[in-house]
Design a binder for this molecule. Structure first.
Ligand SMILES: Cc1ncc(COP(=O)(O)O)c(C=O)c1O
Length: 453
């Protein structure tokens, strides 16, 4: 039986009513990607209030690597509900927080003793990682990258690159944040070509230290091992080793922001493992909680201990329900073999989209690191003019035909796949068929417009 089942026009009557109530009661600031409202979900599907069933290729923006309501997660939650809810780890500690920290310490690709602390979200994880790096180095500055996304709080919005919508109207920004280009080879900021560039973008940091900010003022360099919101850009293998070398040379803390790329998404537990580099600090959130809000900072014990007692944390940080769900979700990744599954999904995706690329010039580049997959849409392969409107149209077609997707990229022209890793091959193919039909629809519409012009 097909997973996708469409029973009404989209949005259906109940969703339309809720949409009107949403508009009246909620400001326009919080994002609205699809005009449908959820009734229930399981595994890889979501059913809306009108009885339509969608295949979920968005996973709540990468929070559901183990799928919706994984049985291990719901079991752990039920058990926790019957024991205790909020206590505040700082006031009355409990074991699950410690067990989860131990688990992440064991998984982190960092040698020596490690420690982990928890907070409630990805942005908070990044905020705390920067605080810890500043406390450790006693330096103020942070270097972030073009096309980076690190969150929406004052500091993390400042670290984030994309202006509209994340920064528009929200100035002034936090001080001591500096930005350099990421290794986005398809659209190199220096108009160079890999590999002859010899990762000029990373090596150019030495120049940044002369012209923009002194190395002795820099506490941390923060980088996503694969750009998330920035368009699922996978840097060349030399990029992180060069950053690591420069951080070592100047005593700078290297923070790997794994909020989107971590917890098995790329076929390794942490995406940075693909690059053979040890970061000093790693931020996590999203899929860590298996559907519950929790974020973490894991890192070298010496650095993690730099902040004074009471300097870190928050009231709900490492909430018992979130810790229980996170422990269960890490168990589910292991039990269901989701790292291998992620790699297989990436392979299936690339094979399929490379085929589409042969017939449609609209697909400029196909990118994947395990199950962190995307393709970039362009109007012209030579000029690489971004096809933002076409990408939006493709996402629109997809949800109208039962497939939930999200786009990405500073230029808004990337279709990204954050499908729950528990998806079967048949379900994955079902979703890819919708995307293929959507691309055919977009291409046909474009040709009609051109021929009528
Ligand atoms: C790499 C990265 N860092 C930080 C964040 C912020 O996480 P949150 O939305 O949980 O605050 C995100 C969210 O998309 C992200 O992708």
């Amino acid at each position: 039986m097909k997973t996708i089942q469409m029973r009404t026009e989209i949005p259906g009557p109940k969703s339309r009513d809720l949409l009107a109530r949403r508009e009246a009661a909620i400001p326009r600031g919080p994002q609205l990607v699809t005009p449908i409202f959820a009734a229930k979900s399981e595994g890889v599907w979501i059913e809306d209030v009108d009885g339509n069933r969608y295949l979920d290729f968005a996973g709540g923006i990468g929070c559901l690597n183990v799928g919706h309501r994984h049985p291990l997660v719901t079991k752990a939650l039920h058990e926790q509900v019957d024991r205790f809810l909020h206590l505040c780890f700082g006031v009355t500690p409990y074991e699950s927080y410690i067990a989860l920290a131990e688990k992440l310490n064991a998984l982190a690709p960092i040698s020596g003793q490690k420690k982990t602390m928890f907070i409630n979200s990805g942005a908070e994880a990044v905020e705390n990682a920067v605080k810890i790096a500043r406390a450790y180095t006693k330096r103020p500055a942070v270097i972030a990258f073009e096309d980076a996304f690190h969150g929406r709080t004052l500091l993390t919005m400042t670290l984030t690159s994309k202006i509209n919508p994340y920064k528009t109207g929200f100035a002034p920004f936090a001080p001591e944040v500096y930005r350099i280009p990421y290794a986005y080879c398809y659209r190199c900021s220096y108009s160079k070509t890999y590999p002859s560039c010899e990762v000029f973008c990373a090596k150019h940091l030495e120049d940044t230290f002369r012209r923009v900010v002194g190395a002795e003022s820099v506490a941390a360099i923060i980088a996503e091992p694969v750009l998330g919101e920035g368009g699922f850009v996978v840097p060349p293998k030399e990029f992180f080793p060069v950053l690591r070398e420069i951080c070592n040379k100047y005593g700078i803390v290297l923070i790997a922001d794994e909020v989107q790329s971590g917890i098995g998404r790329t076929g390794r537990f942490f995406a940075i493992e693909h690059f053979g580099v040890e970061p000093d600090l790693i931020t996590t959130a999203k899929s860590l909680g298996g559907g519950l809000p929790i974020g973490g900072v894991t890192g070298r014990a010496e650095i993690m201990d730099a902040a004074i007692p009471g300097g870190l944390g928050s009231t709900f940080a490492g909430n018992p329900l979130a810790c229980a769900a996170a422990l269960a979700s890490l168990g589910a990744i292991e039990k269901d073999g989701l790292l291998a599954r992620s790699t297989a999904i990436g392979k299936r995706f690339v094979e399929c989209v490379k085929g589409w690329q042969q017939k449609w010039s609209l697909i400029g580049e196909v990118r994947a690191l395990g199950g962190m997959c995307a393709f970039e849409l362009v109007r012209d392969r030579e000029t690489r003019e971004p096809a933002g409107a076409e990408t939006k149209e493709l996402a629109h077609y997809a949800y109208e035909h039962g497939l939930l997707t999200i786009t990405a990229g500073t230029l808004g022209n990337v279709m990204r796949i954050l499908v729950p890793l528990v998806i079967s091959d048949a379900q994955f193919d079902e979703g890819m068929e919708v995307l293929e039909a959507g691309l055919a629809h977009v291409v046909e519409k474009k040709q009609t417009v051109v021929s009528h012009a």
